[in-house]
Design a protein around this ligand. Structure first.
Ligand code: HEC
Length: 319
């Protein structure tokens, strides 16, 4: 059976809409393997539909026969060939609907006062996170001893994300150097000098270990957070302008400085999807990092985030 041109146009519009609205999110979910689909933004759906309409107009007006075929069912309908009752209903209901639309958009409405977004909602913040301390910023005596041992044996493991660079640097180095001298920090140089002389001071070793963690944290920040939060950690990364709720400026006094470390850790782990309803007048694009980063990686990034912003976390009140 041949479908008339009018209905094939209608069908094309419906199929394209369904593809964009439901097809793309379904496929995206298959591709990303994430537990949620990636919806197509409303403005993009509008653009796709507009392009489809333009293409269909070109297609229908291509020749007089196409045009006649397209208009045929419409003319038939208006002449009452499909029955007078359906025609009357459409001719009465359509103007009423448009009139009602116009009326409701023009009539003054009572508006809710604008609600300010709660920057740090805590209604679903689990109490057990309150006592968390950043393990990579507060290493234990055992951590420090282990670090000294590994440094002595030249066996300190850097995270795999920076390992390749460190190895390439070592290979290109003319002199025989300790692998840790890849990290350019005064504390590290002091520590390596002490290691050479055989008398290692725990405080210097601790400072060197902190520099190593910070170095890795900065690298992880650049790989994962920089696109949104920016090189300068001021919320001005290359992707930042794409979001209605802008990525947070960490150098602002009202952000990470006002929250305890456990809260920052919880926010980074759960992202926008983990926020309670009181935080959602505009939805947050902040990703759920527990899906992609290990606990240690998240703590290292948080350490670097505070350091880059030149801020310190809030100290919890004693209970
Ligand atoms: C896709 C963009 C995007 C990426 C990538 C991203 N963020 Fe965010 N982030 C946001 C947005 C948008 C907000 C602000 C909205 C909100 O409060 O949830 C935010 C908020 C935050 C906050 C809350 C600050 C506060 O004061 O409450 C923290 C902490 C944070 N991000 C850390 C990170 C870290 C760490 C990374 C990298 C592991 C990261 N973000 C990567 C978009 C992003």
């Amino acid at each position: 059976m041949k479908i008339s041109r009018f209905f094939s146009v209608l069908l094309t519009l419906l199929v394209v809409y369904a593809l964009v609205k439901w097809g793309i999110p379904t496929v995206s979910r298959q591709i990303t393997g994430l537990p949620f689909p990636l919806p197509v933004p409303g403005t993009l759906i509008f653009i796709y539909m507009l392009l489809t309409v333009v293409a269909l107009i070109l297609f229908v007006t291509f020749s007089d026969t196409h045009m006649d075929e397209f208009l045929h069912p419409i003319k038939q309908f208006l002449r009452g060939n499909y029955g007078k009752l359906p025609r009357t209903i459409v001719l009465v209901v359509l103007p009423l609907l448009i009139g009602w639309q116009m009326y409701s958009s023009a009539v003054p409405k009572a508006q809710l006062p604008p609600s300010l977004r709660i920057q740090h909602p805590s209604s679903n913040f689990p109490a057990k996170f309150e006592d968390l301390h950043n393990p990579v910023a507060n290493p234990t005596a055992a951590d420090i001893d282990a670090f000294i041992e590994q440094a002595r044996a030249q066996e300190v493991q850097l995270i795999p994300q920076v390992m390749a660079d460190a190895e390439a640097w070592l290979e290109n180095n003319e002199e025989e150097v300790h692998p840790l001298s890849f990290i350019p920090a005064a504390a590290m140089t002091d520590f390596l000098a002490q290691l050479e002389s055989g008398k290692v001071d725990k405080e210097t070793a601790k400072a060197a270990l902190l520099e190593k963690n910070l170095f890795e944290g900065r690298a992880l920040y650049a790989m994962n957070c920089r696109p949104c939060h920016g090189d300068s950690v001021a919320g001005d990364g290359p992707m930042a302008d794409g979001f209605k709720l802008r990525p947070i400026n960490f150098t602002d006094n009202g952000t990470i400085e006002t929250i305890i470390e456990g809260y920052t850790y919880w926010r980074v782990s759960n992202g926008g999807p983990g926020l309670p309803t009181e935080a959602t007048p505009w939805d947050s694009a902040m990703p759920e990092w527990k899906l992609n980063l290990s606990e240690e990686e998240r703590w290292k990034i948080i350490m670097a985030e505070y350091e880059l912003a030149q801020k310190t976390p809030r100290i919890p009140e004693s209970h």
